[in-house]
Design a protein around this ligand. Structure first.
Ligand SMILES: C[S@@+](CC[C@H](N)C(=O)[O-])C[C@H]1O[C@@H](n2cnc3c(N)ncnc32)[C@H](O)[C@@H]1O
Length: 188
């Protein structure tokens, strides 16, 4: 994992074990020519791994510093709140390594790194909003790859995905001292 743009340290999420797990799974499951969106792309690490498969990749993030950093790795970068600006049924695959750290309201940081990490009190605030809308942009037969952590509750994320009309299957898992990371594949 190499850091693309030293001037952005502190404002852009540095690729870590979660980035690596999602990037590997996403690259393995993507076919050339697929239309893929990497939501919350940060440095563009996951998007670049997927682009390496010959897919047609768009990277998106709310953080303008992340958008700038990602441009070093990915051709098409869009500043966006989750999947809001994307057209209905326009994507074959959506990947997301979301902010998932449970954070009490009084400990919320009002900066871009806070936005990269905090999932609100449950850890699932951003994930829940994502699940509410991602079904709209997915083409028939499409798949969402969502990184989930025991810190935010993998079963709770899978069950929320179920309420949004998806079935969820764990396709990769890695354990660390303080959390287990799972990549959930969501299909309708
Ligand atoms: C845990 S970081 C993951 C970064 C990168 N995908 C990786 O795996 O290294 C979460 C990313 O989601 C972005 N993010 C948070 N809220 C967002 C939102 N509402 N819309 C788009 N991106 C968002 C953050 O700016 C951050 O880049």
């Amino acid at each position: 994992v190499t850091w693309p743009n030293p001037t952005d340290v502190g404002e852009v999420y540095r690729p870590a074990e979660d980035s690596d797990l999602l990037a590997g799974v996403a690259a393995d499951r993507t076919s050339p020519g697929e239309r893929v969106l990497d939501v919350g792309t940060g440095s563009g690490y996951v998007a670049a791994a997927v682009a390496g498969t010959g897919a047609d990749v768009v990277a998106a993030d709310l953080n303008p510093h992340a958008c700038r950093a990602a441009r070093d790795r990915v051709e098409t970068v869009v500043r966006a709140d989750l999947v809001a600006p994307f057209r209905a049924e326009s994507l074959d695959r959506v990947t997301f390594n979301p902010p998932y750290l449970p954070t009490p309201t009084e400990e919320e940081r009002d900066d871009w790194m806070g936005r990269a990490l905090s999932g609100g009190p449950t850890g699932r605030a951003v994930i829940d909003r994502f699940l509410d809308d991602v079904g709209r942009v997915l083409a028939p037969g499409g798949e969402v790859l969502l990184l989930a952590s025991t810190l935010a509750g993998v079963d709770e994320v899978a069950s929320r995905a179920g309420e949004a009309g998806f079935s969820a299957v764990a396709v990769a898992e890695e354990s660390f001292p303080f959390e287990t990371l799972t990549v959930l594949a969501l299909v309708r």
